[in-house]
Design a protein around this ligand. Structure first.
Ligand code: FAD
Length: 413
């Protein structure tokens, strides 16, 4: 059996190592267009402040270590240009050469690329960056390690935006976050996200909501907002979301769905036989509503990678959908959510009730207890749990983990 995997990070490398664990004989080739495989995307923001101090800590595995431990043929700097699904062959570019390689099974894990908003003057902005990979991080570090800017602007207050704001502030830079939605952390409901906003402001991060950037002037040094106000920026981080990397799939006539995501069946097979896809690029089912969803998170990508390896190896595995459990630290505050927010439930027209509880993370008489606020959203008739959110200094992960397990296991309130 010969398996080719496109994309050598979360989903792709999980598929490769699981395949090897299941099959000693398979020929497994991983093509990665970037310089690194299996790097810690989720750790990138923490290198900015030095909390992760060594660049090498971000490079979890190398082609050599993967070859030595798993006998994988890992090829960075190899971009797959096209797929011929009839001949079961891919065309690959390496440096200035192209060559072809045949496959029995092909797994796509090309991820999602940062969405670059069509803001006037963005092409001329020399100091505006997205953060997806190590080369992006290197570009940002070049600016920071030169004459460090006094002010930075983060556009988009999702997970990556908040992490970048914190890490830039920890370098002593005055940070402003601009968010188009009415509150930071749009996956959370407003009253829960308010705790995070307060924590940001307590740490001297300025938060501007219900505003978007409409123009960059002076090669990006001035950012104009919708209301006409202007911000000065020495470094701008664009973190307004991601979009599925679907170019290859599209050119191979693989069916696409929601916002260009790759459509797969329960076994991760695309509309083309023997071509599978996992990770940020695919459309999944929201397990609670059954609706199509795009969920760009590492743990579903990793799990899907392992499951597709199972499927190819003849084990029965089905993608039962995702519930999008996520967590982020902002200074001394943790915010986490699982399942649907109240807003999403309301928009879906589902019957619901919510309960908020505020307490301590452990018995209040015992020293060191800190505040924790939880929100549960559920169906009052059936007791079905739609979702949960938590904010606090400690213990939020534990509560949300348990509630995520409850949702996955169809436990009721
Ligand atoms: P990726 O891991 O992005 O890998 C796709 C790879 O495919 C890329 O390296 C790309 O170069 C390669 N590729 C694409 N096209 C081709 C081609 N034609 N030929 C060859 N190679 C190709 N998730 C969390 O759950 N928690 C977090 O804390 C978290 N933090 C994050 C922080 C940052 C800064 C970023 C960028 C992401 C973060 N994520 C986090 C998201 C998480 O990293 C992704 O959900 C996950 O990596 C998706 O895995 P994937 O395999 O689908 O894509």
């Amino acid at each position: 059996m010969k398996v080719i995997i496109i994309g050598g990070v979360a989903g792709g490398m999980s598929a490769a190592t699981r395949l090897r664990r299941l099959n000693e004989e398979a020929e497994i080739i991983i093509f990665e267009k970037g310089p690194f495989v299996s790097f810690a995307n989720c750790g990138l923001p923490y290198y900015v402040s030095g909390e992760i101090s060594e660049r090498s800590q971000l490079l979890v595995q190398t082609p050599e270590s993967l070859q030595a431990r798993f006998n994988l043929d890992v090829r960075p700097h190899h971009e797959v240009l096209s797929i011929d699904s009839h001949a079961k062959m891919v065309t690959v570019k390496h440096e200035d050469q192209t060559f072809t390689e045949t496959y029995d099974h092909l797994i796509l894990s090309p991820g999602a690329k940062p969405f670059v908003p069509p803001i006037e003057g963005i092409a001329e902005a020399k100091n505006a960056f997205s953060l997806r990979n190590v080369p992006d991080l290197d570009n940002i570090m070049t600016v920071l390690d030169g004459e460090q800017p006094k002010e930075a602007v983060v556009i988009g207050a999702g997970f990556i935006g908040l992490e970048m704001a914190e890490n830039l502030q920890m370098r002593g830079i005055k940070v402003t976050i601009v968010e188009k939605a009415p509150h930071v952390l749009p996956p959370l409901d407003e009253e829960m996200a308010a705790f995070v906003k307060k924590e940001l402001e307590a740490n001297n991060v300025r938060v501007i909501t219900s505003q978007s950037a409409v123009a960059f002037k002076d090669e990006g040094r001035t950012i104009v907002l919708e209301d006409g106000s202007e911000l000065t920026s020495g470094l701008t981080i664009l973190s307004v979301g991601v979009t599925p990397e679907n170019r290859l799939a599209q050119s191979a006539k693989i069916e696409l769905g929601l916002r260009g995501g790759i459509l797969v069946d329960e076994n991760y097979e695309t509309s083309q036989k023997d071509i599978y896809a996992v990770g940020d690029a695919i459309v999944v089912k929201n397990q609670i509503t059954g609706e199509d969803a795009l969920i760009s998170l590492a743990s579903p990508a990793n799990r899907q990678g392992r499951q597709v390896a199972d499927v190819i190896s003849g084990l029965k595995r089905k993608n039962k959908g995702s519930i999008g459990t996520a967590i982020v630290r902002t200074f001394n505050m943790t915010a986490a959510s699982t399942g649907l927010s109240e807003r999403a439930v309301r928009l879906a027209g589902l019957p619901y009730q919510v309960v908020h509880t505020s307490g301590k993370d452990h018995a209040s008489y015992y020293p060191g207890a800190t505040d924790i606020t939880l929100k549960l959203i559920f169906n009052p008739e059936t007791g079905t749990i739609y979702g949960a959110q938590g904010v606090g200094q400690k213990g939020v992960d534990k509560r949300i983990d348990i509630l995520a397990t409850a949702i996955k296991g169809n436990l009721t309130v």
